[in-house]
Design a protein around this ligand. Structure first.
Ligand code: CMP
Length: 140
């Protein structure tokens, strides 16, 4: 399996509860390397673009409003099979269904306020990384 990159967001519920370090520890313990990281306040336009695939979903407005409600930490994670590995480490979208030891089982409050986002494919990871990072922001 080749070295791969995935895109991660520590969501406003994580920054609000001072969980950046705790979540990063889980990420690093899983063998993923944080090669890019920036704390930002997402604009409404950025959140709308990022979640455009969910535009028709009933929770879209709530999702955009939550993601702009406080600072987020955007990250580029690198490692073997990084996309699948990070999804495993995050756990199911709904924390009630997430496996023991996963980030969402340990920290998430609800399906909406679920602490982290991770790309669902290598192809989407590239698109998502390009929305928030330039190559010069990433150091290996
Ligand atoms: P994320 O991986 O960031 O991608 C889409 C997000 O939509 C997802 O995580 C959830 O936080 C959010 N989401 C999914 N289902 C619901 C729901 N039923 N209500 C509110 N938010 C949701």
């Amino acid at each position: 399996m080749a070295t791969e990159r995935t895109f991660s967001i520590l969501k406003p519920d994580a920054t609000r509860r001072n969980l950046t370090g705790a979540v990063n520890a889980v990420i690093e313990e899983a063998g993923l390397r944080i090669v890019g990281q920036r704390r930002i306040r997402m604009t409404k336009a950025q959140a709308e673009t990022f979640y455009e695939v969910h535009k028709e979903r009933p929770f879209y407005g709530e999702l955009v409003s939550f993601m702009t409600s406080g600072p987020v930490v955007v990250q580029v994670l690198e490692g073997e099979n990084a996309v699948a590995k990070y999804r495993e480490v995050m756990g199911a979208t709904n924390p009630a269904q997430a496996a023991e030891g996963t980030i969402r089982k340990r920290f998430a409050e609800s399906v909406g306020e679920n602490t982290v986002h991770g790309s669902d494919s290598a192809e989407n990871a590239k698109i998502e990384i390009a929305q928030f990072f330039q190559d010069s922001d990433i150091a290996r």
